[in-house]
Design a protein around this ligand. Sequence first.
Ligand code: PA5
Length: 462
Amino acid sequence: MDPVRFDYGNLLAPRTSGGMDPARLEGDLAERFRVAHTAVEAQREAGVLGFLELPYGEETVDRVVELADGFAQWFEDVVVLGIGGSGLGATALGQALLGPFWNLRSAEEREHFPRLHVVDNPDPYTFAALLERLDPTRTMFNVVSKSGATAETMAQYLVARGWIESAVEPDKARGHFLFTTDPTSGALRQIGEPEDIPMLPVPPNVGGRFSVLSPVGLLPAAVCGVDPRALLAGAAAMDDRCRSDVLSENPAGVLAALLHAADTESGRGIHVMMPYADRLRAVGLWFQQLWAESLGKAVDLEGRTCHVGPTPLAALGATDQHSLLQLLMEGPHDKVVLFLGVEDVGVDVPIPERYPGIPALAYLGGHSLGHLLDVERSATAEALRREGRPNATFLLPRVDEGALGQLFMLLQIATVYAGALYGVDPLDQPGVELGKRLTYGLLGREGSERPDLEEPDASWVV
Ligand code: PA5
């Protein structure tokens, strides 16, 4: 398998004036990383980091393939209902591996695999518009919620269930649903078991944002023809590369150590993920959630107040060269840019040679759109370097299952290393609980008190 490469030269000084002294990669950073690596390996041994076990779960992948094959034969549209870590993985995989305009292609062009819709937000305008366009008799819903308690997803399920039941015979409705949830508990299991709805497990030791390589991401991808085993093989290859406690040999370690130091020592706490490929745009969004929810914490592992965490930001090249780049080049020295490049794009579009007398167009002729995009990525990285702005590049050999599996695993492992370096638990998210409790109270959930909200003060409203 061709490896995903991580070029971090532009994170180092003096090559980039705002970068890190490379000697530290053999010195204190290497030592700091060794400690973090030991802590993460101990957690692996203790079975806490379930995402590291996913590449080797053959039984689960067999079940995913079996269910995916069955559903793909029966349905034209697959709707994934899931939010946060339960939706972003499927979005990222679908966008990367199904290619553009999948849902607009004919059944023949899709080789009769279904269309894929991932609906995370319970925005009534979107949901109503989607249902209006679907045929309930040919639509299945993959309801994804590890807890089985997420208000957005459960509300969508209730609407979808009613919509299916209004169109098919009562005993057929259950056949339009597949639940991906905790293996033993939660409302989805409570509903699914007596009705014999097929269910796939999210292992208890796999949190939502670490679940892309579990049935959460694998089922929606597999039902549309993606090879889940190739994804897992890519992830296993990266896991293998990240077993080393020698910093310079471990790509996830280098990423975590340099980004943590950039944040805590140089005030560069905004980490911009900027793919130069439309197909990888949602990988930036997936990373944004992973990095933010895992590392933004108020309390450290010793129980002390800390309020730490980098701020990830998803961007897209070359589009955001015309939006964010001015800020990245000349704004505060508080950012690190992570580019995603693709070596073999697979398709290219030649640019015809026309208008030799017009310099603004003449130089483009004879090149290709792929070359233009790639040159823009290199030029932007170099421009940032010259301005002393640290940046780094992940190079994917191509956008396929193997490369995506490697990339997801690299970023997840880097996140748990970063958790150890910041001294926080990357697996919890206590900060989102208060908002959920207030929502439950406002909607009258049993056992929840109605909260007193601060009334808007008219004198502060313009
Ligand atoms: O990463 C996480 O843990 C969260 O983003 C969850 O995935 C999200 O809140 C959805 O939770 P659930 O799968 O329980 O519906």
